[in-house]
Structures are given as C-alpha cells and as structure tokens.
Design a protein around this ligand. Sequence first.
Ligand SMILES: Nc1ncnc2c1ncn2[C@@H]1O[C@H](COP(=O)(O)OP(=O)(O)OP(=O)(O)O)[C@@H](O)[C@H]1O
Ligand SMILES: [Mg+2]
Length: 279
Amino acid sequence: MAMHNLRVVSDRAAPLLQVDGVSLEYRTPDRIVRATHRVSFDVQAGDRFVLLGPSGCGKSTLLKAVAGFVPPCEGEIRLEGRGVQQPGPDRIVVFQEFDQLPPWKTVVQNVMFPLRQARGLSRAEARERAMDSLEKVRLADFADAYPHTLSGGMKQRVAIARALAMRPKVLLMDEPFAALDALTRRRMQEELLALWDDAGFTLLFVTHSIQEALVVGSRILLLSPHPGRVRAELNSQQFTLASQGGAEFQAAAQRIHTLLFGAPAAEAQPQRARSVAGR
Ligand SMILES: Nc1ncnc2c1ncn2[C@@H]1O[C@H](COP(=O)(O)OP(=O)(O)OP(=O)(O)O)[C@@H](O)[C@H]1O
Ligand SMILES: [Mg+2]
C-alpha cells in the first residue's frame, strides 16, 4: 500500500513531456538553417502549453520534433521519460491547413481511419468511438458528408475530433485556427477549451497570436526571433475569453509584446514613432 502511494507521487512529479536543450536544424544543399537553439521546457499532464513567438522562430519545427518528424541535432525530447525517436499514435498533430482530411473519405471514415490503422480497433469499435468524438465537436449530423461540403471551421473540428478519438498522450496543434475568420476563430477557441474541460487532454499549441496564447494557454513559452530561444515562460491560467477586454488581460498582452519585441504593441501606443525615436 505504502509502495503504491509512493509510486503515484513520483508519477505525478515527472513531467509528461520534456524538451531538453533542443536545437533543430534544416540542412539544404548550400547551407544549414538553425530553427531553434537549445530550447527547454516541461509539459505536465493536463497542461495547455502554448509556444508563442514571431514568424520563423521555429514553433512549427519544434512541434514537428515533438511529433517525431524532425530529429534534434542537440538535446533530447522525452515523453514519459522515454526518448522520442519517431512519430507515434501517442502524439497527434492538427495542422493549420483545411485540406488535412482525405477528400474521398466521409467525415466519419476520416475519423475512423487512424483508429483502424494505428489503434487496430474493429470497424464497429472505431465507428462508435468516431461518432462519440464527432458528437463532442457537434458534427455527428455530418458524419456521412464529404470534407469538400464543409466550411473551414467544420473541417478543423473534424481534424480535432479525429485527433481526440486517438486519445493521444499529447495533442499537438499548429496554428489550427489561423486561417479562420475572427468570429469563427473565437468560437473554436471556446470549443477547444470546453473540450479540454470535458476530455482533459494535454495540449501543446502553437500560435503567433498573443491574444490566442493568453486565451488558450495555461502556460506560455515565449520564443525569440530566428533561431528560436526561450525568452520566458509564463502562467496564463487566469485568462479566459471572457477576460479579453479587461485591463489585466491587456496588461499581460503588453508585457508579452515587450518581452518578444522589446517595445509595447503599436495599437496601445499611439505615439509609437516618438517612443521608438526616443529609444
Ligand atoms: N523545410 C525547410 N527547409 C529549410 N528551412 C526551413 C524549412 N522549414 C522551415 N525552415 C526554416 O526554419 C525556421 C523556422 O521555421 P518554422 O516553420 O518552424 O517557423 P514558425 O515559428 O513556425 O513560423 P510561422 O509563424 O511563420 O509558422 C525558419 O527560418 C524557416 O525558414
Ligand atoms: Mg509555423
């Protein structure tokens, strides 16, 4: 009994995902591009962990490395203490593009496919779990529709349903809402948070939007411009969609902007030219 308790305590203390001094590079015929430089962070089970940084700072590359598509040239990535060597069904990625669903499969077939292939479920089991997942994203009525008949937001919800149905240890999302209009994007953020409340998964989420990072994240890792290095790690548990207009939210957004770019955001700084000139 005592031993059992000890084991539970030590399990809880260990991070689910450890990114430890990870540098990532692309080798092209004429040069080597360093995408990240010695990036470290820990993701605990149940975190909504956000990677935030300017375009080109290596966010997508980091996510691909966690997914097992890009090997680090330095450092190590560990999931539950074991080194990540290749892609696996314990890490599922939802991408930004709307065309990540094979168009010749219906919605439910799209969600079932990896359950059959990678999880080895029977057709009946896969269908049941797929329908369950589609219900969670409010798309059960569209189970037999083909992707080209859906809106962008609906396609993203199918991709999320497909990922969640796999019950990955970490759900990886790379700017999944970036190509949506502002209203739909807001609704998807709300839905994602509701899903997280309901299903309690661990999320690693990439964005370059400070607003989205504050709303979606419980923790935020700030990355510097190319090559990405860790600038800071912040708690953002207290911020929600509802707190967006508030002074505290705006102050946090300003602080992040300053940490990332070294100057307050333009929209909250009408005399930007003067303040920049005065630096
Ligand atoms: N296939 C590739 N070959 C060579 N260089 C690449 C490749 N993919 C990305 N890079 C380079 O690696 C760096 C990081 O790219 P990455 O796509 O990870 O950035 P990002 O933070 O996701 O940017 P964005 O916000 O624009 O999506 C960039 O300088 C980019 O030019
Ligand atoms: Mg990217």
